[in-house]
Design a protein around this ligand. Structure first.
Ligand code: ADP
Ligand code: ADP
Length: 225
């Protein structure tokens, strides 16, 4: 079953000096329900831009991104950035419970739901801790379950492991697979690591820079396990 269709999406940025940069050129991609997709490609090829378009963080583009069912505003898309961006004055539980403050009408999650989310990444005992008491990997785990708090249909992650050391990264990989096994979420993540892509993803999307700054998408199907 298909979750969303990206058709002919192109994006041009105009710099302050008036020069235009073609960040995406005619991108076509189907994302299936429950798939894990890795997007790889060199710096500047448009990976973050594509993720932002899918997330609806930027709606100024050509082409269409169609969902099989319209997403609930602010709830159906979980987003994880390279830096966890937790609110330092809130406990871990309150960071998860209140989500990212894009949606002002959100109410607190029930405590047992927060505990259940933290349990998924082994951080239940840290519910009352503050972000500064946690390691970088633990903070990123909190950011990941915060993105899952409202049960989104898709989890988008922009280089989520990029700032972590190798051992921490390996642990996070296993967390992602555990989360997937428990939730069967559709997950799309950007990475610089081919190994990471091959280890986690069902499908790897390679974005290539082309002469004339054009970009295209190729798909390489993989068998997980
Ligand atoms: P990647 O994530 O693959 O490194 P990006 O999506 O960040 O690539 O960027 C794609 C291209 O768009 C790059 O040439 C980048 O410089 C340009 N770009 C990204 N964001 C902006 C912006 N806000 N304004 C102008 N140009 C931008
Ligand atoms: P609430 O839970 O009532 O929505 P927050 O969790 O956002 O409030 O903030 C808790 C307290 O921290 C509030 O008193 C708020 O004014 C204060 N606060 C807000 N922004 C910051 C900040 N950047 N640094 C420190 N404290 C802040």
């Amino acid at each position: 079953r298909r979750l969303l269709e990206i058709r002919g999406v192109s994006k041009e940025y105009v710099s302050v000096k008036g020069a235009s940069v073609r960040a995406l050129d005619d991108v076509n991609l189907d994302i299936g329900d429950g798939e894990i997709i890795a997007i790889i490609g060199p710096s500047g090829c448009g990976k973050s831009t594509l993720l932002r378009m899918v997330a609806g963080l930027d709606t100024d583009y050509e082409g269409t991104i169609e969902w099989t069912r319209a997403p609930r505003p602010g709830r159906d898309i979980g987003f994880v950035f390279q830096e966890p961006a937790l609110l330092p004055w809130r406990t871990v539980a309150r960071n998860v419970s209140l989500g990212i403050e894009v949606q002002k009408d959100r109410s607190d999650l029930p405590t047992d739901r927060v505990d259940q989310l933290l349990e998924l990444v082994g951080l239940r005992d840290f519910a009352k801790s503050y972000p500064k008491e946690l390691s970088g990997g633990m903070r990123q785990r909190v950011a990941i379950v915060r993105a899952l708090a409202y049960d989104p249909r898709i989890l988008l992650m922009d280089e989520p492991f990029g700032a972590l050391d190798a051992i921490t990264r390996d642990k996070l990989h296993d967390d992602i697979l555990r989360i997937w096994a428990a939730t069967r979420k559709t997950i799309v993540f950007v990475t610089h690591s081919v190994e990471e892509a091959a280890y986690l993803a069902d499908r790897v999307v390679v974005m290539s820079p082309r002469p004339g700054r054009l970009r295209s998408v190729h798909q390489v199907p993989l068998d997980r396990n």
